[in-house]
Design a binder for this molecule. Structure first.
Ligand SMILES: *Cc1c(COP(=O)(O)O)cnc(C)c1O
Length: 492
């Protein structure tokens, strides 16, 4: 399989190269030249592992099926409860796909447990012998999931920068207690943008450390997107095997969306043959995507809202560029991306918008609506969801009675454990959170009867290993210091 840049279809690379490069040289994102057909008639007999292996090996054909199976096994078997990346729970008239049973209790684990293995396989197949050093700036979830995924994976190292005071206490604990021998975590005096700009500046610089190749773990990498395709097939299999649907029946998916990566994986699944009814894009008050699907105008020039679903507080949804390229082609995509960069906005041609709206619906929800949903569904069904899932659930309820709603079974993707955003969830249930996250988790457990996930409970007694802090202007020096250690293959 070849992969081309969203901004130039003539620029193609192998799957291994697409994974190692992350971003195409022209700034575009990689897309497969075709979507391989998934063998739907075999789906009902496949295990979750079989599904992941089939999806990944049909896209990443530089690796053998055996290699991919080993990687999937190494990534998921111990990290996820029963190795299951997407348990499906019926709630009222819908189905909730719980994608957060991994080590850091958010859905990013599904991709970030696997990405290190894909990266090292890709590097090996290209005869890259350098240590792959991941650089990440994080506002919370990505940093902890990436650290967890890359910890002690041979041939890799990772440096995570987070804004000092800009992540939740629990997210900070998840990061600074990391025990990996190849991991570095450093606070930055500044906000998330300072940390992010610092990382971008290192990538753009000519910093060269012998024995090291820098790479990125954010969702523009096709190696991070592809693992997410599998759980759409798995949810469909479960609905078939429970007798809810027959092979070929449509299923809708409602996806809490920020960077448009998760929902795009659902679109890829549809292109590979999954009978998808509608993909419903759910946003919080940063509703740039809702407006885009309503009007065809993408306009980031608006107020940025800090919400109770912080992992979706985004005004530039990078992965939308892939949907654009598949709809309007490379030349137009390059033009629209230029408009976005230079003017902060672009307008989609009308026919392209109606093409997209044949598959995509969109809606948004306020923090108040989400809190109401968390409380009502808990009281009605005994089911507790986090604030990101509540955005999707709220949008689902409005969507199903709208013009675009249909009677098909609907899966709502749940992207985080309620314990990960414990103070907002407690408040939604009418309780007053304290300053102490562990006490709050215990309170939530007493109320809900749901066990506290091990990955969060164990943080209480975990030892802090990372206390580094830097000025934004010193980030490159810090990277050079850590990378030199990684390049020498000694412990950080
Ligand atoms: C990252 C994240 C999202 C958004 O997913 P995208 O792929 O960026 O659209 C939603 N919920 C949670 C909890 C997340 O961490």
């Amino acid at each position: 399989m070849q992969f081309f840049s969203t901004r130039n279809h003539a620029h193609t690379v192998s799957s291994a190269q697409a994974i190692v490069n992350g971003l195409a040289p022209d700034g575009g994102l990689y897309l497969p030249t075709t979507f391989p057909a998934f063998p739907m008639n075999e789906l009902s007999h496949m295990t979750g592992e079989d599904i992941s292996v089939r999806v990944l090996s049909s896209l990443f054909d530089d690796f053998s099926e055996e290699q991919i199976r080993r990687a999937v096994r190494a990534a998921y078997t111990d990290a996820f409860e029963n190795g299951n990346i997407a348990p499906l729970v019926p709630v009222s008239d819908g189905y909730i796909s719980e994608l957060w049973h991994g080590p850091t209790c958010a859905f990013k684990d599904v991709a970030l447990c696997l990405l290190p293995h894909l990266l090292t396989m890709a590097a090996r197949s290209l005869d890259v012998t350098d240590t792959i050093c991941i650089l990440t700036a994080t506002s919370g979830d990505t940093g902890s999931a990436a650290l967890s995924g890359f910890t002690d994976v041979d041939g890799t190292g990772i440096i995570v920068f987070y804004p000092d005071g800009g992540v939740s206490p629990m997210q900070k604990r998840q990061m600074v207690t990391n025990e990996g021998k190849n991991t570095a975590v450093c606070a930055v005096h500044g906000n998330f943008d300072d940390a992010q700009s610092g990382v971008k500046a290192v990538f753009a610089s000519d910093l060269h450390i012998p024995g090291v190749r820098f790479s990125s773990a954010n969702s523009i990498n096709i190696g991070r997107l592809a693992p997410q395709i599998a759980y759409y097939f798995q949810n469909y299999r479960d609905l078939m095997n429970r007798g809810v649907i027959a092979l070929g029946d449509p299923v809708n998916f409602v996806v809490p969306t920020g960077n448009f990566g998760d929902i795009l994986a659902g679109y890829f699944a549809a292109r590979m043959g999954l009978p998808v009814g509608r993909l419903v894009c759910a946003s919080n008050e940063n509703r740039v995507l809702t407006d885009f699907f309503a009007t065809g105008v993408y306009d980031r020039r608006r107020e940025f809202h800090l919400t109770a679903s912080p992992s979706m507080d985004i005004l530039i949804s990078s992965n939308l560029e892939r949907l654009l390229a598949l709809t309007v082609g490379d030349t137009k995509t390059a033009e629209l991306m230029r408009d976005l960069k230079e003017n902060g906005a672009y307008t989609l041609p009308a026919d392209a918008l109606s093409d997209m709206r044949r598959v995509f619906s969109a809606g948004w929800a306020t923090d108040e609506a989400c809190a109401e949903v968390i409380r009502r569904v808990f009281e009605r069904d005994g089911y507790l969801m986090d604030t990101h899932t509540a955005v999707a659930y709220s949008v689902y309820e409005a969507w199903k009675t709208s013009e675009e709603g249909n009677g098909a079974p609907t899966v709502i993707l749940s992207t985080a454990s309620p314990y990960k955003f414990v103070s907002s969830v407690l408040r939604a249930l009418g309780h007053t959170p304290t300053e102490d996250g562990f006490r709050d988790m215990q309170a939530l457990s007493d109320i809900s009867g749901m066990p506290i996930p091990h990955g969060l409970a164990k943080l209480r007694t975990a030892t802090v290993h990372h206390t580094d802090i830097t000025e934004p202007s010193e980030m490159q020096t810090y990277v050079a210091k850590i990378a030199a250690i990684l390049g020498g293959r000694t412990n950080v």
